[in-house]
Design a protein around this ligand. Structure first.
Ligand SMILES: Nc1nc2c(c(=O)[nH]1)N[C@H]1C(S)=C(S)[C@@H](COP(=O)(O)O)O[C@H]1N2
Ligand SMILES: [Mo]
Length: 324
């Protein structure tokens, strides 16, 4: 794969403000030094697959899934090698270069439990879930709060299909998702700075919106570990941190979940996290974004360009900052 804009892309990383810097000055400095070292090698690397050499993904035959033409965007797809070598996955470290470390993630067997305010709690193996859900491919914008963006061909199924499968009670107001908790498998979970597991949440109206997508693959293949295999969210109108990776548990509740980043710094990260170029993060502007893999810095769009599909979800919410 030819990467023509390496220098510009590298600058994007140097300029990007990591989400976590408020936390711990020392770990930030260490992380920055590591990132610098990685840049020094001048290597972006090869696309990273879902499995390590010799492993076979039992879901491989389901890909590529048919593209849904209703969900496309007029911009070039971010090269796979750029995407799979520039990730946020704090379970595997605080730099963008966690693809090697993430190989420690064991994605089979993988059980997903559904509980809380549902008809009947259940547990389902990922391969059974994959068979039960209608897989399709969608090209989505992906915008991190750190002011970089990509265009990603995700494969998966609407969150709505999962909600129908889960049968939540009418009294459920939120869908909470939770990443695995296993410090043996994830070195990032061994420290005391973060509150694991990674938790995120949506209102039921958000979860059942057409755009909310449960991701199982990317680039026409099973999802690489670095991108949150075997099951993650893609919520393209929100900042990337809402799109939790490597999900093991989905809980329906009438209490708004305290999410991972909100729990660490509620003055910087809220529950809603809808993209808005006019509302800066307390430490940096959100007006523009670096399009990774290109030399472009472009204006950010409200709701990341998806206002038509989601703005109505927020018209009745008063007295809350829906853009952080
Ligand atoms: N479990 C988990 N999910 C996560 C994260 C994480 O650190 N752990 N990072 C989030 C952030 S900040 C972003 S921007 C996206 C990054 O997804 P990508 O690496 O596929 O681009 O994943 C989100 N989901
Ligand atoms: Mo992010």
């Amino acid at each position: 794969m030819l990467i023509r804009h390496r220098e510009t892309w590298s600058i994007a990383e140097r300029d990007a403000t990591p989400e976590h810097v408020f936390l711990n000055r020392r770990s930030f400095v260490a992380g920055a030094a590591l990132a610098g070292a990685a840049l020094g090698t001048g290597i972006i690397g090869l696309p990273r697959g879902a499995m390590a050499a010799g492993e076979v993904d039992p879901s491989a035959s389901l890909y590529p899934a048919k593209a849904n033409p209703a969900y496309t965007i007029s911009q070039a797809v971010t090269p796979e090698a750029v995407n799979t070598n520039y990730n946020n996955f704090y379970e595997y470290g605080e730099t963008k270069h966690i693809a090697d470390a993430a190989q420690a993630l064991k994605i089979r067997p993988w059980m997903v439990s559904i509980d809380g305010m549902v008809d009947k709690p259940k547990e389902i193996a990922i391969d059974d879930l994959l068979k039960a859900m209608p897989l399709e491919e969608r090209l989505y914008r992906h915008r991190c709060v750190e002011a970089w963006s990509m265009a990603v061909p995700w494969t998966g199924f609407p969150v709505k299909a999962l909600v129908d499968f889960a049968k939540p009670l009418g009294s459920a107001k939120y869908m909470q998702v939770q990443t695995f908790l296993d410090p043996k498998m994830a070195p990032g979970q061994r420290g005391f700075v973060y509150t694991w597991p990674y938790v995120e949440g949506l209102t039921m109206a958000e979860a059942t919106n057409d755009l909310a997508f449960m991701v199982t693959g990317a680039y026409g293949k099973p999802l690489p570990k670095a991108m949150g295999a075997p099951l993650r969210l893609a919520l393209p109108w929100k900042y990337g941190f809402k799109s939790a990776k490597s999900i093991v548990k989905i809980t329906f509740t009438d209490k708004r979940p305290t999410t991972f980043w909100q729990g660490l710094a509620s003055n910087e990260y809220g529950f809603w996290a809808n993209v808005n170029p006019g509302v800066p993060h307390p430490r940096w502007s959100q007006a523009t974004e670096e399009v990774l893999g290109t030399s472009e810095r472009r204006p950010t769009m409200i709701y990341n360009g998806y206002a038509e599909k989601v703005a109505a979800l927020y018209t009745d919410i008063k007295g809350e900052n829906i853009f952080m």
